[in-house]
Design a protein around this ligand. Sequence first.
Ligand SMILES: [Zn+2]
Length: 660
Amino acid sequence: MTTTTRITPAQTGISMTPVVPTMSALRPSGVDEVHITEGFWAERQRVNGAATLPHVEHWLEREGWLGNFDLAVAGSLPEGRRGREFSDSEVYKYLEALAWEIGRLGGDDALDARFRAVVARVAAAQEADGYLNTRFGRAGQGPRWSDLEWGHELYCLGHLFRAAVARERTNPGAGDGLLAVATRAADLICEVFGVDGIQSVCGHAEVEVGLAELARVTGESRYLELASLFIERRGTGVLADIEWGRGYFQDDVPIRDAEALRGHAVRANYLAAGAVDIAVEHGDSTLLDALRGQWDRTIARRTYITGGQGSHHQDEAFGEDFELPSDRAYSETCAGIASIMFSWRLLLEDRDVRYADHIERVLYNVVATSPSADGEAFFYANTLHQRTPGESSPDDEVSPRASSSERAPWFDVACCPPNVARTLASLASLVATTDDVGVQIHQFATATIDVTVGGGASADGGGRFLAEMTTDYPRSGLVTIRVLGAPTGPSTLSIRVPSWADDARLGVRTSAGEQVEERAVEPGYADVVQAFTAGDVVELSFGVRPRITSPDPRIDAIRGSVAIERGPEVFCVESVDLPGGTETLGRIEIATGVVPVETEDGRLSIELRARSMAGGTWPYREVFDAAVDGETFTTTIAPYHSWAERGPSTMRVWIPTARV
Ligand SMILES: [Zn+2]
């Protein structure tokens, strides 16, 4: 799968992007190179910057998770400490989100001041030898590294490293000291957990992706080697057995031998992402093949139609193959984000469109679902079938529950809100990549693109490729790319054609409007190879007609049901749109041959039937004992990501088909 054409970022300078492999098939673009300017994602990025980032800082302050760092300095830990053992990590994720946001905006004095103020409080709490954690190591607290199963010390440092990487890539030499804080901590754990150190791992993977990227930024190979040690040690029973088994933290089977992701869904994906980093840096094709196989099997058997992962509530974990019940879908927002991290690293290595298709599915149906339209409340779990309307979460209270029928402003375990924030702030990185010969478009958004093709930009900027992408996707499947500048000589513009795309066609026009090419294209990457000049227009068009989707019959929980999708969006039926509301939602079914119809507001109109209930005291009956009847009605359905924006409601993605 690995192509022979590989380039190094060192040849093209620092890239303002979360993942920069030393060598890869595709070079990721930075948040300074691609700017999403209008449309679906631009609006979410705007809300993220204007509302979510201040919201996250407000809650970090209010819950005392930022204050824990001040208490460490004042000597008031542990008595004053608040929050769970991993609360430091939310501060680091917030810093990472801020760094990408500042980079995305091309600098912002107010945000920069907020960033520096938080860093100063974090840095002050670091101990002389580099140790940094507010939960362990002081009188009255557990000793350092004394609870690797649940303590999250290394996990927190992993997020610290990601924040430092984001800052260094978006503002090198900022002088705030965050990179030095990170490297001091990394140096310490190289000693403590190195070859001759503690022979164990953290119960929650994350430090691996953090160390790998810190190594890429600093050139310090010890960080990479420590990440590699962590990857190889896990799976050999180095952590204690727990009630859910060692599979919960992937310590049951070495990663090279595993067949699918298993256990805690966020842990599993973070680990797999870190393992791709190591495999790529080491040129370890055996490990990469194992990870590709795990990705394939996990997508084919353990992933919801939304792209969400994890069907067990009690341990936030993957179920068995095809154990994907809608009403028990956990599908944690962070698991979706983690799945994007795993998929993105494989995409950079393999240039396989399936990874980009999956990333899109997760973006539209998990990442976009979590935050409310105002950016100040979030889903933690993302069920596919809500049976009871529940109650609204008050704006000013922490939700103790991960799963609820409404978005909540904050949680006792608040991993998801800052994870959404950093993902949206760095989202433009997922749009386009480059390689030796051209530019690849993976995600569609109205955006400006200013990237460098090939390994070496000439002094006159000869490798520069400038373009404007325009689209109202996902409402339509028309994507127009107007070239504003291109390298001399031929280059290749590759555009993803989604797997479900209908009747996809690619056209090329000159600046004079002359059509030079027009052809049908198949799902995958459609290539245009030519010497581009300013004014050339490449247009990809495909149908985003509503489609009825049925599941693999082995997913027993939804056998006999169908879902409705349009383009990348999964739709759902919500009680607030139904005559009879929640009572009706439980009885709906869809007849064979029913076709959803587009409405002017971007939703769909569909004919459903509310099946009559058998009634009585026993909820089962003999088959074929009575004619099926019920009322037929037409209702409106909306994209799943927009559900629960109209007060408490019930909802379902999968609709039973009409039969006895
Ligand atoms: Zn989460």
